[in-house]
Design a protein around this ligand. Sequence first.
Ligand code: C2E
Ligand code: CA
Ligand code: CA
Length: 594
Amino acid sequence: MLMDKNVRKENRILEKTLDSLEVRRQAPLYVFILLLILYVVTSLTISMVAGSDKVMILGSVHIPLYTLAGVFSALSNLCIIFMVIFCGKTGFVASVIVMTLQIPMIMVGIFVRGNYTSLPGVFVDILTIIAVVVIFYNKRKLEKYQLRLREQATTDTLTGLPNGFAGTELFDELIRHNKPFAAVHIDVNDFKSINDTMGFSIGNKVLIAIASRFKEIADKGLSGTVDFISRINGDEFSLIIRGYRSDEDIVNTIKQYEAALTENIKIDGYDFFVNASFGYAVFPDDAADRDTLISCSVAAMKEIKRLGSSKHILRFFSELKAEDHLVMDNKVREAVEKDSVFFNLQPQYDISHRLRGFEVLARMKDSDGTAVSPVEFIPAAERLGLIDVLDLEVYKKAAAFFGDLIKRTGTEAMLSINVSVKHMMKSDFLDEIIKLLENSGIPAWQLEIEITESILIESAEKASGILNKLKDMGIKIAIDDFGTGYSSLSYLNSFPSDTLKIDKSFIDKMNSGVSSQKYVEAIISLAHVMDLKTVAEGVETADQLETLRGIGCDYIQGFIWGHPLPGEEAEQLVAAGMMVTVGDMNRSSAKGKV
Ligand code: C2E
Ligand code: CA
Ligand code: CA
């Protein structure tokens, strides 16, 4: 109830701000009343002075009072014209009525009392009425034109949403009145690839569909807060949130906009699975002026995009303080310098719980021994241009361990390593991998390289050149985090991949609705048609496992069967003889040359 009242109050502010963007302005009622009174007073004065034969003495000048009638008449006409100009339709109607009413009164004076001096007054009245009508209708035309201009200036023609200009006007208005609000910068992930591959016309339709989903939430007040959504340009939107009680309300509102994209968008027989990155900053806590606020929300959006995690919402400052960056950057520099980054191995199993192999996950510890998440230190290493050094340190340690394990146990398990695109694009990447295999003694078919889907699409040409060379060497290629990006299986077909890792976010949703399950099922069957094996990431529950088994998923990686482990513990899994024939299958499709 309280929220309803707040929402209504806040809505009025939004409406008022948009109204203030209109060029058309109408004077308040009291101006109209004042002009009307002034008109009545001057008109009465005219009739009093017109018939008077008195003389007014100003110093040595004698002025007959009747000569002042002209001055008062001009004044009363001025009141009429001002009423039409400043008081809109009310002023127009009132002025026509009073002017028309005057005519019979003057006529009575002329024909009954024989006062022919009032005759010019009739003409003045008629001319004034004509002038008033002309002014009013011209003004109406101008206003309609201005209204159209205003709409054009504040509306995005493609989606019909308010445009960036309207958004920044609202920013300014709220800041001027010191009203707290959250500024959310929204960027659709991998939208470029839709445009590139499907063309602008379909791209535009996707944008219109996204905008209409956003608009529905904002217009119907579905989020419980007061939202103003606008399209800035391209695939970027801005959301202003008001009327929240806590930070949690802000996040919940953003989550509604995020969820609005969950269902696939159907355009011309194609299915598009889009998601977006949401960066936000709060006025006045995070920034006190419009430009800083916008850059903060954009910075947060870019950061969450770069993290490439399944989380798509990030607030500036609380999670992204510049000092935090600095602290993290120093930690990464120090760790890389001291070569103290180490690795864990997370087991992957086939659906019958036979070991398939391990994913190498980088690990780092603070000086006080607390673990730092790769979700934080990998982006920092990328930012610092140290990702290739860091990756290589991890690969060398993991490969040395694993090569030794192969020698000692003859295991045929796979070793999967994560590659950052910035690292992969370096000219000596292939040489590094060749050396890694030579020094560790790991056969090429036992090494798998994981690359995220979105990265592949962003740098398609160069990436496919490098991947083809890796594939020729016999190395396996896995597409990581599948489903978070453009999700086009046919597009991925042009890359020489062997494995598709279905992102945890899809596994999480899988048992929440038939359509999500059908989606995962479709990915798996299409992957099989394309001769790709599928790995479900982040499997945590027995339900998920059962569903995946039912829909033919090949491999499972998740806490249900194994957390990331130190090398020695991973070795025990190998030694426990859980690993059976999966390696044979890996080897059969290998064309190892190294
Ligand atoms: P990723 O490649 O998608 O790795 C899987 C992440 O999911 C790992 O997080 C893993 O611990 C987590 N995970 C696996 N199963 C489950 C589960 O059942 N439940 C939950 N909640 N999580 C699960 P981690 O280790 O924090 O790694 C995060 C990301 O950091 C990785 O995501 C990868 O993109 C990046 N990364 C990790 N190691 C490296 C590396 O050596 N080099 C590069 N370039 N990136 C790395
Ligand atoms: Ca991975
Ligand atoms: Ca992944």
